[in-house]
Design a protein around this ligand. Structure first.
Ligand code: MRU
Length: 368
């Protein structure tokens, strides 16, 4: 059923702290779109598993979930001296950081929580625990504002395209939507902002790549956008070229998991192919990136660690029966890197960045 955008955002809160602060409360994204079910996670193993198994996923949401997780787990540490508390906090932090390697927001959020502990070492342990709960709400609220700012910049691009009055064709890959963040998404933020500013869902037509093998485009992005009332079409990944050739796509927005200093951007597997096609057909290709996703310590995409995932995600996970011979070798990288030369612009909450990206990041004060 199609809802208003506000109803939709109320229903789909990706991650939050349970009211009594005894659990992290997430939508289990592995069950979408058929079942909207919230689950409560309490132990370090449950937090790790939720991130690893993609019950909560998408770079900013992983960061927010890890921050909630460490705040919760820190509240359970039974130590009275700062040194003993901090040692246990570090163990938990290292454990959660081992859940997924590519999205830099995971490490960014955990480091920010650790800084919070260190900055407050003169306080009592109960006070530090309370401060961590406050900090994580700040991270969540900031994430909402960051997505909104990205949306404002992306919306200006949509308005330019709208000048000639026709429906705008937008392509996106994977899910960089509300389910991947605290509210507006990154790649979807321009679309949600357009709705908030009075556009009809029919003013734009969003084409969602299905996103093999885990189907985030089919299960999550098309679910989100359709329910928000936006004209949405789903296609298999290998259909993006024909869409572009037939002039249905005016602009492409994708999210990212880590941007290197030179602008190379890691995002869901298949993104770099979309960028190569876009270059061929002359379609602008924008990466939407909170500045926390820009990792100036990583010089180029070559140094971004790429997560490799289980073969059965390719051979059997979504099928009634196995769709490949037993014993076949399977290549299943979760991400690829789009070369900076293929990127029209990187939209951050601080402003638009064009090549040379390292200079654009510096000019916006990113990384300072
Ligand atoms: O493996 P996932 O589902 O966590 O991958 C998600 C993506 O690749 C998103 O595009 C990216 O994290 C940006 S989310 C705003």
């Amino acid at each position: 059923m199609i809802m208003t955008v506000d109803d939709f955002f109320d229903k789909v809160i990706t991650v939050r702290m349970a009211q009594d602060k005894s659990a992290v409360d997430i939508i289990d994204q592995t069950l979408l779109p058929g079942t909207i079910k919230r689950i409560e996670i309490r132990t370090k193993e449950e937090v790790w598993d939720a991130i690893k198994k993609l019950k909560v996923r998408g770079a900013p949401a992983i960061g927010v979930a890890a921050a909630y997780g460490i705040a919760l787990l820190a509240s359970q540490i039974d130590e009275n001296s700062y040194d003993a508390f901090y040692a246990k906090f570090r163990e938990l932090k290292d454990y959660l950081a081992s859940s997924r390697p590519t999205a830099v927001n995971l490490f960014w959020a955990l480091n920010r929580m650790e800084d919070t502990v260190q900055r407050n070492q003169n306080k009592t342990i109960p006070e530090i625990k309370e401060i961590l709960f406050v900090e994580v709400e700040k991270i969540r609220e900031e994430d909402v504002q960051i997505s909104r700012n990205i949306g404002e910049i992306g919306f200006r691009l949509l308005k330019e395209l709208k000048k000639d009055g026709r429906e705008i064709g937008i392509l996106t890959h994977c899910n960089a939507g509300t389910l991947a963040t605290a509210k507006y998404g990154t790649a979807t933020a321009p679309m949600y902002l357009a709705l908030e500013k009075g556009w009809a869902g029919t003013d734009m037509h969003v084409y969602c790549d299905e996103t093999r093998p885990l189907l985030q485009g089919a299960r999550l992005t098309s679910f989100e956008l359709y329910n928000a009332g936006i004209t949405t079409t789903l296609q298999c990944d290998n259909m993006a070229s024909i869409l572009m050739k037939s002039k249905k796509i005016d602009i492409i927005f994708v999210g990212c998991d880590r941007v290197a200093k030179n602008g190379d951007a890691a995002n869901k597997i298949g993104t770099s192919g979309v960028a190569i096609l876009a270059k061929h057909y002359g379609i602008p290709f924008y990466v939407c990136a909170p500045s926390s996703t820009i990792d100036l310590a990583t010089p180029t995409g070559e140094e971004i660690p790429i997560e490799m995932r289980d073969p059965d995600e390719v051979t059997e996970m979504w099928y009634k029966e196995r769709m490949a011979p037993k014993g076949i070798g399977v290549f299943n990288p979760a991400f690829d890197v789009t070369d900076h030369s293929l990127i029209t612009g990187i939209i951050t909450e601080k402003g638009m960045c064009h090549s040379p990206f390292d200079q654009a990041f510096a000019a916006l004060g990113i990384g300072r």
